[in-house]
Ligand binder design. Sequence first.
Ligand code: SF4
Length: 470
Amino acid sequence: MTLTEKILGRASGKDRVQAGDNVWVNADVLMTHDVCGPGTIGVFQREFGRHAKVWDRNKVVIIPDHYIFTADSKSNRNVDILREFVKEQGLPYFYDVIDDPNGHWRFDSSKGMLKRQYGSNYAGVCHTALPQKGHTRPGEVLFGTDSHTCMAGAFNLFATGIGNTDAGFVMGTGKLLIKVPETMHFRLEGKLQTGVMAKDVILHCIGQIGSDGATYRALQFDGPGVASLSLDDRMTIANMAIEAGGKNGIFEFDAQTQAFVDYRCKLNGTRPAYDPVERDRDEKFVYEFTIDLSTLEPTVACHPDPGQRKLAKELGNVRLDRAYIGSCTGGKTSDFLEFARVLQGKRVAIDTFGVPATPEIVHDLQSARWGDKTIWQILVDAGVQMTENAGCAACLGGPVDTFGRMNTPMKCISATNRNFPGRMGHKESQVFLASPATVAASALTGHITDPREYLSSPRPYARQQGEELA
Ligand code: SF4
């Protein structure tokens, strides 16, 4: 069996499953956020009763993150609905925007978009927060009401996005009927060269198969090349499995995974036991693709979908209005470090927005120093508009006052994950998806630029869990 089949077999109590089987799967975690949470709660209460209890209070994780830093009153109200539900249910894993359990969330736009407005429990973008808060355990099943839930597959989970109706059902029963997907195999060999990042790997894969090339399939990434990829890198790759239509993306378990998960579970006091799945000799794939990482070059997905693959060096004639770094995919600490390596000591030529995915990443960037400056200061000095309000921000467009949202037609290069028309705001805007390094180089020139023009050495080694950055 493939990694995905093994997890689904175990979670459905069967010795063996194969692609096409329909199985009732037990959930280990159900995650929801401010956009889909109220709808999920509505389905749950309608179907199970106004005073019904969730199937397991320790397995429901609620993370407001999408439309948070906006004066839009309906968006603010969604966070209050989550808080009321959490109180009724006594749920321990709610990462509220404010600290007062009886309070109401109101964004104060008079304070501006850059200064922190969240409390001490806020966790930022759900997919980045889940592993940081100790909710991604190898071998488990994680359902989330968000298509990029597949990001947790970096930690050897079966993780997939589901709709509000399914999530309401899981909330009441802890189960979901799943058709076992076929698995596509991506074998990674070699090592990434200077200026090439994990984002380039996944853009290369999606360009190969198209933005519907993996519809309802698992994408399994393994091979000797994985050892040189950090957990942040693997998260970027697994995150975008859905951009090819994938049901989930999944990596093997290794010592890096173990160190990360053990550290995070201990740090947060979450359930520490888990049972990873390993590869079988008899695994069957519907598709096989081998990638030599050392041959990849900085890659861009052009408007209007993530499958429109070109090399950055071919796109020098594309003039840009804006650059954006952020999101679950491209707003991690390691993303900002590579972004800063390109920008250090220089000045951007176009409007450039920076949105860290989580408060922990804000802290990393404000505490780590290169010389006498923090990373944050290096970016601000380069002209990047950095906000402390970690969250989804303009990745999904959002209300008109959302930081970085494109409210007029323009061309933007972005470290985010999706570029269908209207995704980041105005429906006539064009979004070009690229790595943080390519976004940085393009911000310096005002046109799409290969970052190797600005980088002469490979990325420094990836930080291990619990290690100080500086
Ligand atoms: S950052 Fe973007 S892709 Fe990630 S969860 Fe938020 S809206 Fe979705």
